[in-house]
Structures are given as C-alpha cells and as structure tokens.
Design a protein around this ligand. Sequence first.
Ligand code: SF4
Length: 462
Amino acid sequence: MASAPEYPPQVTLLLASPYHLALDPMEVEAGKPYPPLGPLVSAAELLALGHDVRLYDATFARDMEPFQLALAGHRPTRVALVADPHAVAVKMCTTAQREATCAMVAAAKAAGAAVLVAGPDPTDHPEPYEAAGADVVVAGEHDGALRDFAAGTLPSGRAPRRPNRHDLAQLPDPAWDLVDLPAYANRWRSKHNRWELNLSTARGCPYRCNWCAKPTWGRAYATTTPERAAELVRGAQARGADAAWFTDDIFAVKPAWLRAFRQALAGAPLPFRCNTRADLVRDGAYVHDLAAAGCHEVWMGAESGSDRVLAAMDKDQTRADLDAAVARLRDAGIRVGFFLQLGYPGETRADVLATVAMIRRLRPDEIGVSVSYPLPGTAFHDRVAADLRRANWTSSMDNEVLFAGTYPQAFYDAVRELLRAEHAWLSFRPSLSRGGIRRAAALPYHAARWPVHRAKVAVLGR
Ligand code: SF4
C-alpha cells in the first residue's frame, strides 16, 4: 500500500534528464544531439506553478561528477530523473543508460533527496530503479505524477499510469534557457553545417505495428493545434535554429491539420524533417502541403521489401505503398530516409533479398538498418519471449538478435553491410561538403567489400 509522503512542499526540485550521450556510440557518431524536450516542457510548467526548479542535463556529461556537483550546489530536497519520452535514443532502453540512471538515483539518495524516476524503461522495468533507492517510479506519462511530486502530495511507491493529457496546446514553450543550447548548436554545426532543434506537436501513435513499443502513451494520439505548432516553429527560429526535427512518432496524421499548419506558418517556414508513413505520403495534396510547410526530409518505417513480412508486422502498408510514396516525395523535392529491419520472426532469405532489391529500386537518400528488437509490451516480444537470450542491448551499437533467430547473427551482420555498401553507391551524389567528401572517400572500401558481403549472405543464409 502507498505510504504518506515524508517530504515537505515548496522546496528545491532538481529535475534531471539522465540520458548520457557518451554511453550511446551510435548517437555520438551521428553528431545530432537534441536537448531533452520532455523535461524542458515539464520544467517550464513547474516554474509557472511557482516551484523552485533547477535543471540538470546529463547529455554531455562523461561521468557522474557534474551530477554530484549539481547535487552539492543546489542541495535539492527532491530529485526527479525524467528520461525524455520524445527521444528515440531513450526509447531503446539500453542497459548502459539504465545503469547510469540508477547511479544517479543512488547519488541523489546519498545526498538526502527524495527521488522520482520516470521514462520508458522505468515504465517497463521499475525493479532496478527501486533497488537503486528510488522513492517513486512512474508508469507512463510523467506530467501529473511530477506535478504532485513537486507539490509534495505524491505517495512513495509505484505511481500508476494516469490518463494521457490531451491539452497539448496548453503546454508552455520548452524552458530552452535551462540547457546549454550553444553546446548543442556547436555539435551540430561542426559536423553538419546546420543546427536542428527538436519540436513536438503530438503524443502517441494510432497505428498498430506489432513490434513497436509505446510505453508512455500507448496507442492513444493527441496533437497540439496547428496554430500552436506554428508558434513552436517561430520559437525555434528565434533561438537561431537552422532547421527543426519533429519528434512525433508520425507527424501530421490528419491531412486537415497539416493544411492548417501550413497556413498558420504564414509563408515563413523553417526547413524540417519528420517521421511519416507510406500510406500518408502517397497522397499528392498531402505531400504538396508537407513541402510547402518546409519539410525537406522524411523518414519512413519501410522495414522490409517483402509484403509477407510487412503483413506479419501488422504494418498496414505494402511494397506498392512504398513505391508510390517515394515517387510522390521525389516529385516534391523531399528527401527520403528508410528505417529497415532484419530478422523479424519468419523472415526468409528470399524476404531479405526483397529488401535489398527494394533499396536498389527506390534508392532512398538515407537508410538506417537494425535487427528486430523485442521491446516489452509488444506482441512481437510476447512471440519470442520464450527464446530470449537477454532482454536488452548494452548500447545502441550492439545490433544483436536477442532471440533464437532464423539465421546466425553473422548472416544479419552481412546483410546489414551489404545494404550499406549498395546504398553508399546508389545514393552517392558528388558534393564538396564535408559529408560529401567523407562519402566519396568511403566508396572504394564499399566496392572492395561488396563481393565479400554478397558471398557471406549466400553462404550463411542457406
Ligand atoms: S512503427 Fe511508427 S507507425 Fe507503427 S506503431 Fe510505431 S510509431 Fe506508429
């Protein structure tokens, strides 16, 4: 049973984002760090309610020392460790990030604070955080529990899932001033010659892909208003951002919302990238609005070139949808990124080769390749639970099949390399930019390795 809170109201709250970029080699390599949007919006809300809130952002910390200094400096009575539910990197729930968060819990407890933990991993796995000493572990959306924790009215123990918020237009601007925005801008610009800031217009996703974990918002879907979304864009422009990344699982699910958003921008769009679905962008009018609103690149969960695998995933999209979508996007001048997945249960070598063929046919501008990752709470996880070798990757670089797959790990490694080599050649466009020179320099390597990958796929896929 929940016990009464043992800590007083109206004291200093240290709101901490526990994600450590240094523990995520893939994201370090990408050089595209984003500030912790969820904690920044929460900080703005709590400040507006009159709470004494300080923010600690672990993104660029290399060890625990800066957090120890923040504890010693602010001497908070309460510490809330809130992983950003909008961040894809956070949703991976690697053990390296979990251990770092647990170390922060222990440090905050040792400093005498009451500690709350929230985020996708604590939702699915509260036990390690409780063992580290957390007083409260929140399931699902953190907003309501965090408000009560700040006010001193939240009982210790597990904070059960509450109904999701739908008043997204009432959310304040993220408290950008509480993080080191220039540090983010410098990382971006030193590698990509531009700085992209993350924005959110929606929470949740109404689609049903059966491997996709949605620990925070489930299948519910809520959006802000198009007018408020346009204000957020103007806010990013005012901060000096060159572009925006919409963190929404799927941006602008409703065509009428997109049309109103484009109109609300009043002709001053900021270039942006977003996630979308093939069934949305096969519509010409929709893609026209997307481009007119400033979209220059979309990422789609293409997943597989095999309709059989797409159907097994409950993806509700086909190879024909992907073909039509890419044609529409190309016509509108929008770049295309594909997320691809290997090793879904039942996938055969022929299915894998269909994915390779799709990359040759559609030539996406970017690809991201991963093996299927069973996340708790999904039908896919339930399907392979009995065959799991371990529950989590240590870091996002692992790319290891966690269950007894159809083929050996070396097969999937070879397919991934084959896809990368093919894509490097097919998507190559001469350019004198830093990225263009890097890509050109890598081409001889890919050419030399291509027959090796091809042979490995043939032999290991028997
Ligand atoms: S994969 Fe994308 S479209 Fe499918 S449920 Fe997840 S977020 Fe939604």
